[in-house]
Each structure stands twice: as C-alpha cells, then as structure tokens.
Design a protein around this ligand. Structure first.
Ligand code: FAD
Ligand code: NAD
Length: 367
C-alpha cells in the first residue's frame, strides 16, 4: 500500500544543535525552509541571555537561553538559503569548555504564529538627528552590537517610551539614508543602523518627547511588523505609489528596492499629496531621481498651496487617480501602494476598486 503523506500534519518545527571551539560557540538552527535569509533572523544577546527569533513563513521559532558562560558583545549570523540553515556565532569571553549551552528561558523552542509572539524591544542609541523639513526629522538609531535585526522593505518597527508613567508604543517605518545611491553613506546604510523619518506634532503625545531625546540617549525599538512581502513586486511591470505626508516613508525603501532589483519593471510613478510645498519630504531628491532613472516619475499635489504653486492642487479623487494609474501596456502586472492618513488610504482604496483594480493589485500599509 502507498501511504499518502498529509502535508498539513508534517512536522515543520525547526530544530537546533550547538558546538564549540576554544574561542566560539555556534548555534545551528535547521528551519526545513528554503529561501531563508538574514532578514528572517533576529538575534539579541544581553546580560548572558540569548534570544533568537526565526521567522518561517508566518511562524516564529524562538530560542531563549540563559547562556552557560559569558560571551562577548558581537555576534555573527550566517544563513544558507538552499538548505534553510541558520548559524549564530558567539565569541567566548574566557577560553573554557562549556558543559552545556545553557538553561531554557520562557517560551524556549516555541513555534507559534508571528501574530501571537509579543513584541520584543531592545534599547537603541540615538546617534544623529537631522532636519528634513520644518517639522520632520531623520532620526538615526544604532542597534546594540549584540543585536542582529534587519527591517524588511515595507515593514515598520514600534518605538516605546514611558510618558507620564504609562508605556506608549507607536509604529515608524525605517527609510534609507537617501534615495540617490551616490549619496548613501556606507556607515548609515548597513544593518547596524535604523533611519526613521518622523514628523513632530507640537501637540502630539509621542513625537514631542521623541524630539527631546539627546544624541546618546536610548529608546526601545521592537522587532519588525507589517504584511508587505517582496514577492508582491517580484515580477512587477508597473508600480504606482500614492503617498500623503509621512505616508511617504514606506515608499522610500520600496523605491530603492524595486529600482535596483526588479528587472521586469517598466514604470514607477509616485503621486505625493501634501498640504504645502514646504511639507514635501525629499522633494529635490525625488526630482533628481526622475533624472537619474527614466522609469521613475513624480507628481506633487498640494491641498493648501500658495498662489505661486504651478502644479496640481486638491486631495485624492477619482479623476486624479483615473488619469494617473494607467497600465503602461494592456495586461501589464501592476501594484498600487497607498499610505497616508486613515481617511486618505480608505478613499484611495475605494477609488482604485471603482477603477477596476483587484485586491491583489492594491497594497495599503497598516500597523
Ligand atoms: P498624536 O498624539 O497621535 O497626534 C497627532 C496629531 O493629531 C496632532 O496634531 C494632534 O493634535 C492631532 N490629534 C490627536 N488626537 C486628535 C483628535 N482626537 N482629534 C483631532 N486631532 C487629534 N509617522 C512618521 O512620522 N513617520 C513614520 O515613518 C511613520 N510610520 C508609521 C507606520 C505605521 C504602520 C503607522 C500606522 C503609522 C506611522 N506613523 C509614522 C505615524 C506614527 O505612528 C504616529 O501616529 C505619529 O508619529 C503621531 O504621533 P503623536 O503621538 O506624536 O501624535
Ligand atoms: P498631513 O496632515 O500633512 O496631510 C497630507 C495630505 O494628506 C494632505 O495634503 C491631503 O492631501 C491628505 N489628507 C489628509 N487628510 C485627509 C483626509 N481626511 N482625506 C483625504 N486626504 C487627506 O499628513 P501627515 O500629518 O504627514 O500624516 C500622515 C499620516 O500617515 C499619519 O496619519 C500617519 O499615521 C500615516 N502614516 C501611516 C504609515 C503606515 O505605514 N500606515 C506610515 C507613515 C505615516
């Protein structure tokens, strides 16, 4: 008799083992998952505790261990895509033999849905704060040396602060240092830093306190979250971006990613809604990008322009979108990304559906 394998009951739980040399301890995790990459591995090592969170599809596999002996700050993470193996290399502080890796801590070896795994925070140091516009700044945060965390394109992190005795948490979307590759500073571009573009609301709850952080101060930063998947743009031909105000932030890494990695791409058009010209984030960089990459176009739409403004005016509307969101050829594969104030996003999605775009062709960024 041939036994039919029921794929749903096949055990996909990852497993791990460890080994040591005189100087190092290596933890090896077998995820049984092809296509593993370093974005799917989040490692924190603090006060002798190792926490490894591996994202396998929509599941999270956690290793959480009180290490047997002291280790140094820096860690190395290696992933092998083909076999789904992850290696984490810790450096021993003292050249002694470990009898065991350590003692299990809470939720060690658990394999649960990502949505069920609570947010985990580590303290990151503010290393610079630069003005983008009159009310928006770039905050550059440095991850601890003992953390490995990369925020995937289209995803956000949560910042946490204690305000008047209460923990307050708000989401922010990391950007790249610049839209123009020549200007990228390598030290800010690597995975040891997070760059956040944040608008300060003088009467807001969270951002005034954020603005008061001094260089060298620390703030708690969570693991990444969000539903955007790179597979949504893999074979894309036309990408339309509808952004309002700081709703521009997820578009930054997305632009950098598609323009460098998606070879099927023919057009990328950004429609950027703001109140006034002074509110437009990275206006000159966007204009420069239209010159350096012919696939890219940008249109600025102002809702409160001065008399001098020669460009388009108004808010998101069916007529604006019907002209803007047109396939570059019949049947071309398109994605339309929408991000901004809740009402803007809701209206945008409704208009796009009225224009005949399917749910799969529309992505809105949400927490
Ligand atoms: P809030 O206290 O929320 O107030 C914001 C403004 O609304 C103020 O002007 C305030 O006066 C007004 N307001 C508050 N309550 C009311 C009310 N009841 N009626 C009328 N007006 C009111 N922001 C960024 O700057 N950069 C990002 O990269 C970014 N990424 C995000 C990613 C996601 C997934 C989401 C959901 C949001 C993101 N945001 C981002 C927004 C961010 O999370 C905060 O909402 C924002 O920083 C405002 O925080 P705040 O507490 O300072 O202001
Ligand atoms: P803003 O108040 O400066 O408005 C920018 C433009 O948005 C306006 O010019 C207008 O064209 C449009 N707009 C505003 N309110 C609208 C409404 N009710 N209906 C239709 N259009 C409207 O914007 P801001 O202060 O920069 O706020 C940006 C918003 O984007 C915030 O609500 C923030 O939470 C959200 N955001 C979301 C994400 C995400 O990933 N979900 C990321 C970043 C920002």
């Amino acid at each position: 008799k041939i036994k039919v394998l029921d794929t749903s009951s096949r055990d996909l739980t990852p497993s791990y083992e460890w080994f040591q040399t005189d100087y190092s301890v290596t933890v090896v995790i077998y995820t049984k998952q092809k296509g593993m990459n370093s974005e799917m591995v989040i490692v924190d090592q603090q006060d002798g505790r190792l926490r490894v969170d591996i994202i396998v599809k929509n599941y999270s596999y956690l290793l959480h261990i009180e290490l047997n002996c002291a280790v140094q700050e820096d860690i190395a993470v290696r992933t092998s895509e083909k076999v789904g193996k992850v290696e984490i290399v810790l450096k021993k502080k003292d050249n002694i033999h470990w009898s065991k890796l350590g003692e299990p801590l809470e939720s060690h070896k658990s394999f649960i849905r990502c949505t069920e795994r609570g947010l985990y925070y580590r303290k990151c140091k503010l290393i610079s704060k630069t003005e983008v516009t009159h009310d928006t700044k770039l905050f550059c945060l440095m991850l601890p040396q003992s953390t490995h965390l990369e925020v995937p394109v289209g995803q956000h992190v949560y910042l946490k602060q204690i305000i008047a005795g209460t923990e307050i948490v708000k989401p922010y979307t990391p950007v790249s240092f610049s839209l123009i590759s020549d200007f990228k500073e390598p030290s800010h571009h690597d995975s040891t830093h997070l760059i956040l573009m944040i608008k300060i609301y003088p009467n807001g709850l969270f951002t005034p306190k954020l603005d008061h952080l001094q260089i060298g101060d620390c703030i708690s930063v969570s693991n990444p979250g969000g539903s955007f998947k790179k597979s949504q743009v893999q074979t894309l031909e036309d990408l339309f971006l509808l952004a309002a105000g700081t709703g521009f932030t997820p578009m930054v890494k997305l632009l950098n990613y598609v323009l460098t990695n998606v070879c099927s791409l023919r057009t990328v058009k950004l429609m950027f809604f703001n109140k006034t010209e002074d509110d437009i984030l990275w206006k000159s960089q966007l204009e420069e990008l239209t010159l350096t990459d012919k696939r890219f176009e940008v249109q600025f739409i102002l809702s409160e322009p001065t008399r001098e403004w020669k460009g388009k005016q108004g808010k998101i509307s069916l007529s604006l979108l019907s002209e803007f969101v047109k396939r570059s050829k019949k049947d071309s594969k398109v994605l339309i990304c929408v991000c901004g104030p809740a009402l803007f996003t809701e209206q945008g999605i409704r208009f796009l559906q009225d224009l005949g775009y399917s749910k799969e062709e529309i992505h809105s960024f949400t927490a």
